[in-house]
Design a protein around this ligand. Structure first.
Ligand code: C5P
Length: 408
């Protein structure tokens, strides 16, 4: 299946879902990581066919990839063995060619237009998106030859993922490491995603806020930030420029997204207001704590002297502040309710005036911290869509599809 619209929305996990990927592996020590990559691509629903260079087979066996992908893994030994023209068949039946790791020699060969082994033949024949993930020693990566090859590859329209810095197989430290798996997966998804949000400046707030009572105690909530991360990732992959304003969470945000870290609701309000006039869409996903202690002390409150009363003041409602602006961006609100979902969501819509509101049930292990969500998507005209349980990625896609419709 090569369509961007997966058949089953409720299991959709991203733009690799149902897509045919040729995973090219060349002969770097990082070739062993390609096995983990093959597995991760398959886990995201991709149909993976591996093509190994001769040098790659000295680091890792084709059989490893065959077992992980349930597809034949090809090497130069397969060239001209069958009735068809193998490189043409492989290229014709692929949606993406992803080469990880890509050695200096592989980069140089493809940049020079060489087609002297199966992998370079497939690239030469393929007209779809090509992503290359270089991995080599620092001096090789920084060499004039490699940098020239990278520029040339980019001029062909190929995407090159910059390697990470860190410990290398040689025992040295420096740039040249194959990036983390999640970074490569996002890179691959970015090559397949439609760029229908290009040019849009998207602000996402995510996670909880923390309202300090004293230096060791606080008011907060269990928001994990995962829904906000899904929205940020989705907007980025579709070409939006994303500004993520993030409360304290345990998980790491998507690596390629600019993040502003905040603690309290007041910090978050400041961060939102600072950039709001350069924002086209605000996705107000954060679980902002509604109240803050009137007096937050600099020293720990001792139990003995405490009168058991914590005085609270209301935090500003950030979303309502934005929707009251004369020139406002398109605003999506989120409502977490424990009961009477539609009724309370409608009231929230009338009170806060977002352009869309995603309401979901929380409590009793629902939503907070989980990878799936379900709920109701309300529009200002009173209509709503029920969103059945699905990965937060799929919820994010649906919300951004609605944003796009609303912006028209
Ligand atoms: O009223 P409630 O907290 O349920 O509203 C949820 C929506 O309002 C969310 O989009 C949340 O980010 C936003 N909100 C806000 N400022 C607050 C409280 C909530 O922007 N102080």
């Amino acid at each position: 299946m090569s369509s961007n619209s997966p058949s089953n929305e409720s299991t959709w996990t991203g733009y690799l879902h149902g897509r045919r990927v040729i995973l090219g592996v060349s002969g770097s020590i990082a070739a062993y990581k390609a096995a983990l990559l093959a597995r991760a691509l398959v886990a995201r629903g991709a149909d993976v066919t591996t093509v190994l260079t001769e040098a790659a087979t000295r680091f890792i066996a084709p059989l490893t990839f065959e077992a992980l992908t349930q597809n034949k893994a090809y090497t130069d030994a397969d060239l001209w063995t069958g009735p068809g023209v193998l490189h043409v068949e492989l290229a014709r039946n692929a949606d993406l060619v992803l080469i990880a790791p890509a050695t200096q020699d592989l980069l140089a060969r493809v940049a020079a237009g060489r087609a002297n082994d199966l992998l370079s033949l497939v690239v030469a024949e393929f007209s779809g998106p090509v992503g290359l993930c270089p991995a080599m020693h620092t001096a090789m990566w920084e060499s004039r030859a490699t940098q020239d090859a990278v520029h040339r590859l980019q001029s062909f329209g190929y995407q090159v993922l910059a390697p990470d810095s860190g410990p290398l197989a040689s025992g040295d430290e420096g740039s040249g490491r194959l990036p983390e798996m999640q970074v490569i997966l996002d890179f691959a998804e970015g090559l397949l995603a439609p760029k229908d949000l290009a040019g849009l400046r998207v602000m996402v707030t995510a996670g909880p806020t923390r309202e300090p009572i004293d230096p060791v105690r606080m008011l907060t909530n269990p928001s994990s930030g995962k829904m906000g991360f899904a929205l940020a990732r989705e907007a980025y992959l579709r070409g939006g420029s994303v500004n993520l304003i993030l409360g304290p969470v345990h998980d790491q945000p998507p690596a390629f997204i600019e993040v502003k870290h905040v603690q309290t609701a007041l910090d978050m309000a400041d961060a939102v207001n600072r950039d709001i006039h350069e924002t086209d869409v605000l996705l107000m996903c954060a679980a902002v704590v509604d109240f803050a202690p009137v007096n937050s002390t600099d020293t720990k409150i001792e139990k003995d002297g405490f009168d058991d009363v914590l005085r609270l003041k209301r935090n500003p409602d950030i979303l309502s502040g934005v929707t009251a602006m004369e020139k406002r961006p398109f605003v999506v609100g989120f409502a977490a309710q424990t009961d009477l979902l539609l009724e309370k969501a409608r009231k929230k819509m009338q009170k806060k005036h977002p352009d869309l509101l995603f309401a979901n049930l929380v409590g009793r292990g629902r939503v907070f911290g989980r990878d799936v969500a379900a709920g109701l998507l309300l529009r200002p005209d009173g209509s709503h869509t029920e969103v059945t349980v699905r990965p937060k990625r799929a919820v994010a896609r649906l919300i951004l599809d609605e944003v796009k419709k609303g912006l028209k």
